[in-house]
Design a protein around this ligand. Structure first.
Ligand SMILES: [Zn+2]
Length: 303
């Protein structure tokens, strides 16, 4: 068990339980999203249905959510073979994998290594967030993938080509995007959110893998893709504007942090200075989790 300090991650006990509860929306031919409904610790879950097979992107938090995602995926996929992949190992994205007993699970190698190293610590940390989160994590078992790939992987689901790609450490060590070049759809995981502040999981000494500099590079790479639909980790499905605002946010955030640090300001001062600037700059973003800004400052100061 880890001793990760969760005190800095303030959670409102009145927030809705983290339950996958959305009706799937077809965002492109055969490409469905189970929307998160902007409920904390519910991810957007993808179900991509080809002629011969179907791929699920992210599992939800814990066995019940995994079962809900699996039930919806099975309904959409019929009797086609199912694949499951994760955008990254974080609990609300990957800790429902055990419900996909009939699926072939595919991770990239870095993601798998990171999962094996950190899953137990993150489970303990997330259990401490609230009773509702702990309830969803009841009975979690860790499931290893059937396929681990290096570099990139392409899945041909039958009339639907899916590319699994990574550009290295950013929001996590093993971030993976899921790209459909013909449908011009991209699932980003937590590399991109919609009207939520990006999450910097900077938890020294347990997890300091978040890389703000490379995150900016990764988003710039994603901006080069020919896209019409961007499915963020959390928040409404959007278009390439989500990539643009994420790149703009991260770049501004880094430069302000570095500028204030160079002027001799400490982390608390920087957070207090930047926060109102960000609230003005992004007036419709969710401000209920200020730790997202604080851990971002710590990340860039550590780099
Ligand atoms: Zn995450």
């Amino acid at each position: 068990m880890s001793n990760i300090d969760t005190a800095s991650i303030a959670f409102d006990a009145t927030v809705p339980a983290p339950l996958v509860n959305g009706r799937p929306v077809e965002v492109a031919d055969g490409v469905f999203v189970i929307p998160d409904g902007r409920v904390p610790l519910v991810p957007n879950i993808g179900v991509i249905v080809g002629d011969r097979a179907a791929l699920v992107v992210d599992s939800g938090l814990g066995p019940q959510n995994g079962a809900a995602a699996h039930r919806i995926a099975r309904t959409l996929a019929g009797d086609r073979p199912l694949f499951l992949t994760l955008t990254h190992f974080h609990p609300e994205h990957g800790f429902g994998a055990q419900a996909f007993r009939d699926a072939t699970i595919v991770y990239n190698r870095t993601q798998h290594d990171e999962f094996r190293q950190k899953a137990t610590g993150y489970l303990a940390q997330f259990r401490g967030l609230s009773a509702a989160v702990a309830e969803q994590l009841e009975g979690v078992t860790f499931v290893d993938p059937h396929v681990v790939y290096d570099g990139g992987a392409d899945l041909d689901l039958g009339g639907k080509l899916v590319q699994l790609r990574t550009w290295g450490r950013a929001h996590s060590r093993g971030d993976q995007v899921v790209f459909l070049p013909a449908e011009r759809v991209l699932f980003t995981g937590d590399l991109v959110e919609n009207r939520f502040y990006p999450i910097f999981p900077f938890l020294p000494p347990y997890d300091v893998d978040v890389d703000g500099n490379n995150w900016i590079t990764v988003v710039a790479e994603l901006q080069r893709l020919d896209l019409s639909i961007v499915v963020p980790g959390h928040g409404e499905v959007g278009d390439t504007g989500l990539l643009d605002v994420t790149h703009e946010y991260l770049t501004f955030f880094r430069s302000e942090t570095k500028r204030l640090a160079a002027a001799g300001k400490n982390a608390d001062h920087i957070v207090a200075t930047i926060t109102p600037q960000l609230h003005t700059r992004y007036p419709d973003w969710d401000t209920s989790e200020p730790w997202r800004i604080a851990t971002g400052v710590q990340t860039f100061l550590a780099q």
